[in-house]
Write a protein that binds this ligand. Structure first.
Ligand code: KIV
Ligand code: NA
Length: 277
């Protein structure tokens, strides 16, 4: 099972075969998504919220993301691996973007680098592409700058706003990005954009007209308590299963059921006798 390539994604897009992308944040989740047969894995800065407990993606650092991304790399062979540059690690200059992207490639072995927004990020994307780094763009709802977008809410809901999202997408395509993520926009925006793109378009909360979909691992598996965005579909209740498992363990320890004799190590009779002397 050799590593997928950008050529394989292009082939899927051409064939109308949906591209499946999901996030992962550590070694076991990487092994799980690989075994499930996904095409692309994103170590999203959503890790800030899903695994580190911050209340937005803004605080997560390069070093925190690198630790998680390296763990995913060790668990993955076939899917394409995307590193997500955290807030503040690329926006200020092409030099900063290049230096940070190169760390994710050298230290964590990612195949592509994802950065958020249009605007000045288009220049950063072009600089990375010119330096030989494959880039994933991200338009629509961009969580790193959600405050300036009015919070975690759908974008592009007026014709003008939709055209602004489409302009960002086309500017990123012109800058040479390899893949584009579009998040939380009306399905009509995706439907209008998709025919204008040569590159694979991956939707999240963006309807069915993209070339593929991405969801957050913890969202689709139901790993945490609390509400999720409208676009999330829960395919499992891993939190429920996990709480029940730990509860069963706690009950058995308290009831003296665990550990049973078969969970213990033995000692030769002669040694037991000597021990008792
Ligand atoms: O960080 C993340 O998980 C993402 C995806 C939702 C696209 O950026
Ligand atoms: Na992200």
């Amino acid at each position: 099972s050799k590593r997928l390539t950008l050529g394989d994604l292009a082939t899927k897009k051409q064939a109308g075969e949906p591209i499946v992308m999901v996030t992962a944040y550590d070694f076991p989740s990487a092994q799980i998504v690989e075994e499930a047969g996904v095409d692309m894995v994103l170590v999203g800065d959503s890790a800030a919220m899903t695994v580190l407990g911050y209340d937005s993606t803004v605080p997560v650092t390069i070093d925190e993301m690198l630790m998680l991304t390296k763990a995913v790399r060790r668990g993955l062979t076939k899917p394409l691996l995307v590193g997500d540059l955290p807030f503040g690690s690329y926006e200020a200059s092409d030099e900063l973007a290049l230096a940070t992207a190169q760390r994710f490639i050298k230290e964590a072995g990612v195949d592509l680098i994802k950065i958020e927004r249009g605007g000045t990020t288009v220049d950063r994307a072009r600089a990375l592409v010119n330096a030989g780094i494959p880039v994933v763009g991200h338009v629509g709802l961009t969580p790193q700058t959600a405050t300036s977008l009015g919070g975690y809410r759908a974008q592009g809901r007026t014709a003008d706003a939709a055209l602004a999202v489409i302009d960002d997408a086309l500017a990123l395509q012109d800058a040479g990005v390899s893949v584009l993520v579009i998040e939380a926009v009306p399905s009509e925006v995706t439907a209008a954009l998709a025919p204008l793109l040569r590159i694979p378009l991956i939707g999240i909360g963006a309807g069915a007209d993209a070339d593929g979909q991405v969801l957050v691992f913890h969202d689709l598996l139901g790993i945490y308590a609390g509400g999720v965005a409208k676009f999330v579909k829960r395919y499992a209740d891993v939190r429920g299963v996990s709480v029940a498992g730990v509860q069963a363990y706690a009950d058995e320890v308290r009831d003296g059921v665990y550990p049973a004799p078969e969970h213990g190590y033995g000692m030769p009779e002669a040694e037991v006798a000597r021990l008792r002397e």
